[in-house]
Ligand binder design. Sequence first.
Ligand code: NAD
Length: 258
Amino acid sequence: MIRVGVFGGGGRMGATVCEAVLAAPDCELVAAVDPFHAGETVADSDVVIAKDPTAFLESEADVTVDFTVVDAARENIRWCAAHDIHTVVGTTGFSVDDLDEYAELFTHSQANALIAANFAIGAVLMMRFAELAAPWFETAEILELHHDRKIDAPSGTAVATARRMAAASQEWAADPTNTIVAEGARGGIVEDAIHVHSVRLRGVIASQEVMLGTTGQTLSIRHDTFDRSSFMPGVLLGVRRVGEFDGLTIGLDALLDA
Ligand code: NAD
């Protein structure tokens, strides 16, 4: 049995992770930590949400899952490295400097970390297909759509996709725009190359479309998430396998290939 602790257990994703862990035959939900939901009981269990991560030490968690907010996740990740507890992180909004710091921290820890901007298998494939297509097109833009309570923009998936596309090709056409009528009309620019447009719409969970264009043709690669359960097979894969991948692993790809 894998003993799993959940950071942010009172949140939307955290609660869904708790439910998935409770339903997984090879996992046991041993603790949940969420200072804003401390004292509440996780649905369909007798796990009472704790206010701080010492609950993971007391319950001897093997691995934690983190779907919180980036400022909290930064501390949680450092805490897991210092306490030699594996961590699977879905929280988005980390900078390149953050990831460099965690790579260093987990080289010296007995534990490993997996940080993935998107745990949906379809989204992971979308990123891979976009990276594959990038060298064959000169223009590309990303449209990402999320629910209206998402507080960071662009989404972690959009930034990760843009970074991978920018790394796969340096041959992007210059933006011809010289008059901006409404600020932000051309979106955010990632890696000086890919424009990313963020839509926040009630009713949406998470969608992304990567649009690529070259002479006489366009290619659109689109992924839609209809329910938070779509992330759970990826999260459980991470929980089961994070122990095999030394140090810091970024993205689910490594786990899918091995
Ligand atoms: P949410 O606001 O519903 O939940 C966040 C929870 O974190 C809240 O309950 C909050 O109380 C808790 N929290 C805050 N500080 C904490 C701390 N120090 N310790 C423990 N818990 C703490 O948000 P959500 O919709 O569940 O999303 C959470 C994160 O997951 C966001 O960054 C979102 O972008 C990301 N996300 C990632 C994926 C993915 O596949 N990687 C999928 C969906 C959402």
